[in-house]
Design a binder for this molecule. Structure first.
Ligand SMILES: Cc1cc2nc3c(=O)[nH]c(=O)nc-3n(C[C@H](O)[C@H](O)[C@H](O)COP(=O)(O)OP(=O)(O)OC[C@H]3O[C@@H](n4cnc5c(N)ncnc54)[C@H](O)[C@@H]3O)c2cc1C
Length: 401
């Protein structure tokens, strides 16, 4: 005989736990929720390997609004998630993002994006090269045409703290977490009826939520469905700087932002060190188990860019590096959220393509609304639904790092 749950969530990292938290806390919901997580150490989860930053500088108004809500939750997390003595502060550093444009095309994109962001109320300003140099004197700005800087609502925070906060709250609200792997989904016509687990257990479910991160397509295939999500490797390097420019900014109490160079290389302060990453030259799907860092990226691509951008970055040393997987949505690098039209009791929350951590609060809230009310109540995420995938109509996000 199989166990019965109203909702089964596959994957218990940032997205799965956010869904579990919002759902179990929703007024009017008293169903049983099970989260199945294959590896509760989260050693290879994107959540744990993330650069953990949040921005409002997107090209799509929906993504701006999603992150504005994310920032609200992250800023106020300790109060929202407090239980007993424990009040998890996510240590939100509102350092801002700084985008640099060096070509006419890049300048046009920054101006277009800025108009979208301002219309959403995002606190983003455009700066001339002179204004940029005055704000961040350590930068070489000779090749820069325009800069875009987020004055508030952007920065970085504690990634595993976000996940743990959601998970602990979900558990306190009655959600069951088990260590197991979903290996099969049984379908009767247009419904998922139950899941089978590696341990041999069978669990009946009313609704299934796919929150399997880079393995999302595997889970979809178990129900005979296809989503264009694949693991893409990103290597993060932590470096030490002989003469750190942190503290030298003439804005934001001296603090440096997360700077995106026109080449796509980004860097930001991380405590005493700096964190950096670049989009791989040969960016393709990798094996779900391949976490070997691409060491050559630092010497060959990142260091030359950083050294050219600032004298302070000429003498730097890698302290640590790791590789994680983006759950890359090949169609348009945006999340896929909501039910599948062929199987309406299977909900997707996948394909975040490198910006899913900041989107976890809005995604959890949205999926909970779909389950409890059958419709979105706050932010309408329907343009990010499965329909566009089936018709091959991209909802493109131009600002992907
Ligand atoms: C290097 C790097 C930098 C990033 N930087 C940022 C950033 O700065 N800002 C930002 O917002 N986002 C960033 N991201 C993206 C962000 O981390 C992810 O979008 C987000 O963490 C996705 O969370 P998730 O829960 O969907 O996936 P994951 O964290 O990967 O979790 C999926 C979980 O599902 C489990 N699972 C999978 N299959 C099964 C199964 N069959 N049965 C049971 N369990 C299963 C896995 O074990 C895993 O724990 C970055 C990602 C990487 C890799």
């Amino acid at each position: 005989m199989s166990e019965v749950y109203d909702v089964v969530i596959v994957g218990g990292a940032a997205i799965g736990s956010s869904v579990a938290c919002y759902l179990s806390g929703a007024e009017g919901f008293d169903g049983r929720v099970l989260v199945v997580e294959r590896d509760p150490s989260y050693a290879q989860a994107s959540t744990a390997l993330s650069a953990a930053s949040i921005r409002t500088q997107f090209s799509n108004a929906i993504n701006v609004a999603i992150s504005q809500y994310g920032a609200e939750v992250i800023r106020d997390f300790a109060r929202c998630m407090a239980s007993g003595e424990d009040a998890p502060d996510l240590n939100f550093h509102e350092g801002g993002y700084l985008y640099l444009a060096a070509t006419p095309d890049q300048e046009r994109t920054l101006r277009e994006n800025h108009a979208v962001q301002r219309a959403c109320g995002a606190d983003v300003v455009l700066w001339s090269p002179e204004e940029l140099a005055a704000a961040f004197p350590h930068l070489r700005t000779g090749d820069i045409r325009l800069a875009s800087y987020g004055q508030s609502g952007e920065g970085w925070f504690d990634n595993t703290g976000l996940m743990n906060g959601f998970r602990n709250r979900a558990r306190a609200q009655g959600v069951d977490y088990i260590r197991d792997e979903v290996t099969g989904l049984a379908r009767a016509g247009s419904r998922i009826t139950h899941v089978t687990l590696a341990s041999g257990r069978r669990v009946s479910c009313g609704t299934l939520v796919n929150a399997a991160g880079p393995r999302a397509a595997q889970v979809a295939r178990m129900a005979g469905l296809h989503i264009p999500v694949e693991p893409r490797k990103r290597t993060v390097f932590l470096y030490d700087c002989a003469r750190s420019p942190e503290g030298s900014a003439r804005v934001n109490h001296g603090r440096l932002p997360l700077m995106i160079d026109p080449s796509g290389v980004y860097c930001r302060p991380e405590g005493h060190y700096f964190m950096t990453q670049c989009p791989p030259e040969d960016d393709r799907a990798v094996d779900v188990g391949d976490f070997e860092p691409s060491h050559a990226e630092f010497e060959e691509r990142i260091w030359p860019v950083l050294a050219a951008r600032s004298e302070a970055f000429e003498a730097i040393k890698v302290i640590r590096s790791w590789a994680g997987h983006y759950a890359w949505n090949r169609l348009d690098q945006n999340m896929i959220v909501g039910p599948h039209p062929e199987v309406p009791n299977m909900l997707f929350a996948n394909g975040f393509s490198g910006h899913g951590l900041q989107q976890a609060p809005a995604t959890g809230r949205a999926i909970a609304e779909l389950i409890v009310h059958g419709a979105y109540r706050t932010l309408d995420l329907s343009p990010l639904g499965v329909d566009r995938i089936l018709t091959g109509t991209p909802f493109l996000e131009k600002n992907v790092i």
